[in-house]
Design a protein around this ligand. Structure first.
Ligand code: C2O
Ligand code: CU
Ligand code: CU
Length: 576
């Protein structure tokens, strides 16, 4: 990972040592400005850990704010990787409460997903490591601690995870100092300069809506631009606030990317909605402006509950230079294969409600509040499904799914989608009394993942379900039916905490009829059964299953495959 020059420059000159600026009406005087120069977090270097703890930082000039920082930075360091890399980082929790790092939008194995059940306890650490296999794009990492997600994100646990690839870099899009990540979060002026998190009942209902926008942790932010085209990667990292993004003169901009990377075309718009957890990539051209002019990125007002929908100034652009070229608006972008709703195997409906009873949470999905130990939906691997999010409330619910990128199909039956709905998504805003249909297919990992509202107050209040993706029914690339009964050595071995076991059920032996029951069980050294991995009727074929031993101690284990009256056993070693 190579730190970009402009980041170094920004870190040395701008970030966190901002000096109070006095307002001047003379637009051309570059030395006297109101506000604070937009900050950029440092980039995480290969081999560096993520150390999570409380630190005092200068968010507002001349005062200090207690933040939950990663590597002494808020926002957390920007992680920039190439598609195909193996990403690995040691997360050290030096905070007094459990935490996790969830890689929002990234397709990673269950135990790398940073779910509430896989908490990293105070004073302990955990290595997250996974191959980066998905599309280039703008992703997000943040805490997903059980009941503490909202507070920890609010206090600082959030950052960018950017994936780049060769194809994207050949498109001539603005890059380097013209490719700018913008994290939007809101804070409460009544508690300034602290990030006090104390939601009341009303805030749990509507979300903890602040009135002070911070951009990359910068209050009253401004950013100096050249008269050229810029790419902005915008991430709504707010707990609950939805923004209606626009420019203050209502000029148009181009939408080029959604949650899961580039769209298949650049689409010109004047505004768009961005809800918590969502990302959008846009191009904006500053060349029509004169030097010395300014323009604001704003959130336009819209009608929403409480202060949701209030007008806000987010970021001021000061046009200060010319004579450089950031890049071009692409004439064409790589195609996206859209799912066909007619190939959907089934419909799943998720009804969103809130009730006024207190105690076990007001927010529910299909009448349920979150239970760490309960599986709410079992979903076959690699089968297209239509999901319906039915919002029976007067609140906005950005619905997010882990472990998959989906496609929006329709809003209230209308399949004519806005450009930021169309493309690869992991979070979709479901407006009051709206039904949103999405098409979902889990193609990457099996295991337990989450479906929840990304209004973090709603999430912590239990608006979340466990979904279990069934294991692949056969090894993908292997269409040839096996000739012999086989139980392979697990890999990796030794392992911690999960390993893959492959086995084959042959077609030749008459005993292995299609009605044969197959079991695969794990025993400890003393012969005690500790896990049943498979217990079902299976067709001849090659199979694999992942064994998770996160709740078992180190030691020797045996796994035994039984097909009809045939058995085979192998040994494996768990080393923690
Ligand atoms: Cu961004 Cu489950 O979260
Ligand atoms: Cu997520
Ligand atoms: Cu919600």
């Amino acid at each position: 990972m190579k730190r970009r020059e402009f980041i170094i420059k920004a870190a040395l000159t701008g970030a966190f040592i901002a000096v109070p600026k006095i307002y001047s009406s003379n637009k051309n005087n570059k030395n006297i400005k109101v506000g604070n120069s937009l900050r950029f977090p440092p980039e995480l270097q290969a081999g560096e850990s993520l150390i999570y703890k409380t630190v005092n930082m200068e968010v507002w000039p001349g005062t200090t704010t207690q933040v939950l920082a990663l590597n002494n930075s808020y926002p957390g360091p920007t992680i920039r990787v190439k598609r195909g890399d193996n990403f690995s980082v040691l997360f050290e929790n030096q905070h007094i409460i459990e935490s996790t790092v969830h890689w929002h939008g990234l397709l990673v194995p269950e135990l790398m997903d940073g779910q509430p059940k896989d908490a990293v306890l105070p004073g302990t650490s955990y290595t997250y490591s996974f191959p980066v296999t998905q599309r280039a794009g703008t992703y997000f990492y943040h805490s997903h601690a059980h009941h503490y997600t909202a507070e920890q994100v609010y206090k600082g646990h959030a950052g960018f995870f950017i994936i780049e690839d060769e194809n994207e870099s050949q498109l001539g899009l603005p890059s380097g100092e013209f490719d700018i990540p913008l994290l939007i979060q809101d804070r409460h002026s009544v508690y300034k300069p602290q990030f006090t998190y104390s939601p009341g009942n009303m805030d749990i209902m509507q979300g903890y809506l602040g009135d002070l926008p911070l951009i990359n942790g910068t209050p009253e932010a401004y950013f100096e631009v050249q008269k050229t085209l810029y790419r902005f990667r915008i991430l709504n990292g707010s707990n609950a606030r939805v923004y209606k993004l626009a420019l203050s003169d209502n000029s148009s901009f181009w939408v080029i990317g959604t949650d899961g990377g580039l769209k298949d075309e650049a689409v010109e718009v004047n505004n768009l909605f961005l809800s918590p957890g969502e990302r959008v990539e846009i191009l904006y051209d500053f060349s029509p402006f004169n030097l010395g002019e300014s323009i604001n990125l704003v959130s336009q007002s819209f009608s929403g509950p409480g202060s949701q929908g209030d007008q806000m100034n987010l970021l001021r652009f000061d046009v200060v230079g010319s004579g450089v070229s950031g890049g071009n608006i692409p004439q064409s972008l790589p195609a996206i294969n859209y799912y066909d709703i007619n190939s959907s195997k089934r419909i799943r409906t998720f009804t969103l409600t809130h009730t006024m009873t207190s105690g076990d949470g007001m927010h529910r999905i299909n009448g349920l509040t979150y239970d760490l130990g309960r599986i709410d939906e079992t979903i076959p691997f690699n089968e297209l499904e239509e999901w319906k999010f039915v919002n029976d409330t007067s609140n906005l619910h950005p619905m997010h799914v882990h472990g998959v990128m989906f496609q929006v199909y329709a809003r209230n039956g209308n399949t004519h989608l806005s450009p930021n709905d169309k493309g690869w998504k992991d979070t979709v805003l479901v407006n009051p009394n709206e039904t949103v249909q999405v098409l979902v297919k889990f193609t990457d990992y099996s295991g337990i993942y989450l479906l929840h509202c990304h209004n973090l107050e709603h999430e912590d209040d239990g608006m979340m379900l466990n979904i279990k993706i069934n294991q692949p029914t056969s090894v993908k690339e292997d269409n040839i039916l096996p000739e012999k009964f086989e139980l392979h050595q697990n890999y990796p071995n030794p392992f911690n905490p999960s390993t893959t076991i492959r086995y084959s059920i042959p077609v030749v032996e008459a005993k292995f009829e299609s009605t044969t029951n197959v079991t695969l069980k794990v025993y400890d050294e003393l012969g005690k059964e500790v896990s049943i991995l498979v217990n079902e009727v299976k067709q001849p074929g090659n199979y694999e299953v992942i064994f998770n031993a996160f709740n078992l101690p180190s030691g020797v284990y045996y796994y035994k495959l039984k097909v009809g009256s045939f058995t085979k056993t192998r040994k494996m070693l768990l080393l923690k």
